[in-house]
Design a protein around this ligand. Structure first.
Ligand SMILES: C[S@@+](CC[C@H](N)C(=O)[O-])C[C@H]1O[C@@H](n2cnc3c(N)ncnc32)[C@H](O)[C@@H]1O
Length: 247
């Protein structure tokens, strides 16, 4: 029996993902053979540990945009590590939103941000906009309502060493978006980005010292990221535009 590869979603074992489950979206005619197909995939691909079948469309069932699935073969463990824009993210794929096909869009948006700008990411998920933006030296307020996304976002912030630039929040985006611009206005954030001195500089004080460099967060957001199409228009009306920086 041959199965068209187009009915199999997500590439497994790419250099961007560790332990990513093979994620099938089988057509009706293949469903009677789903266990067999899954076992063949498992046997023939040493990088695959788990094969699942989606049983609904992302977002059909819940606000967190997670999906229902059934385990077809292998270990029931959906903890994964993925890499995007030189940042690592660890999460349970069954409990948070993640779509590897958005990588180009994540990169395209982050490239628009300049170092030192302030970014409000109201539905940040596990942080594919927020964490790379923090790496660039943007001051990011990153929020997600899903406690699991918030947990993985916090992990990514620490893992990628951007805690001085990225603040995670776990609130309803509708409230977050209303309040964040006002709160930023009242918050002072400064980060010392002076490069570490070399050992020679530390040992010999007569060598020229590295000048101290402090960056200060703007008091107004330069960018808002609202990546939840169903309520995006509703949310943008809640932003205090008067407290935002005109571009
Ligand atoms: C389409 S996903 C985008 C996540 C992330 N920006 C990305 O590109 O992977 C939408 C996110 O919005 C979160 N979400 C849903 N309703 C929300 C709300 N009312 N407030 C804040 N976040 C919400 C979900 O948990 C999910 O992580």
């Amino acid at each position: 029996m041959s199965v068209r590869l187009s009915s199999i979603q997500h590439i497994i074992g790419t250099r961007h993902a560790k332990r990513f489950p093979a994620h099938l979206n089988l057509r009706e005619e293949y469903l009677p053979y789903k266990a067999l197909i899954a076992q063949v995939l498992l046997d023939k691909n040493p990088t695959i540990r788990t094969v699942i079948n989606k049983t609904d469309e992302v977002g059909d069932q819940n606000a967190y945009r997670t999906f229902s699935y059934e385990l077809l073969a292998g270990q029931h463990d959906l903890n994964v590590e993925v890499h995007e824009q030189n940042c690592a993210f660890r999460f349970d794929y069954s409990k948070v939103y993640w779509n590897s096909r958005l990588e180009t869009e994540h990169r395209r948006i982050v490239e628009k941000f300049e170092s030192g700008e302030a970014v409000c990411d109201a539905m940040a998920g596990v942080g594919p906009f927020a964490v790379p933006a923090g790496r660039k030296g943007c001051f990011v307020w990153a929020n997600d309502l899903n406690p699991n996304s918030f947990g993985s976002l916090g992990d990514a912030v620490e893992r990628n060493k951007v805690s001085r630039f990225v603040k995670p929040f776990n609130e309803d985006g509708r409230i977050f978006i209303r309040d964040s611009a006002m709160k930023l206005l009242e918050t002072d954030t400064q980060v010392d980005i002076t490069p570490k001195e070399s050992r020679a500089q530390r040992q010999n004080r007569s060598l020229r010292r590295v000048p101290r460099t402090i960056v200060t967060s703007p008091k107004t957001f330069n960018h808002f990221v609202l990546n939840l199409p169903c309520i995006r228009n509703h949310l943008s009306s809640r932003i205090h535009w008067s407290l935002c920086r005109p571009l």
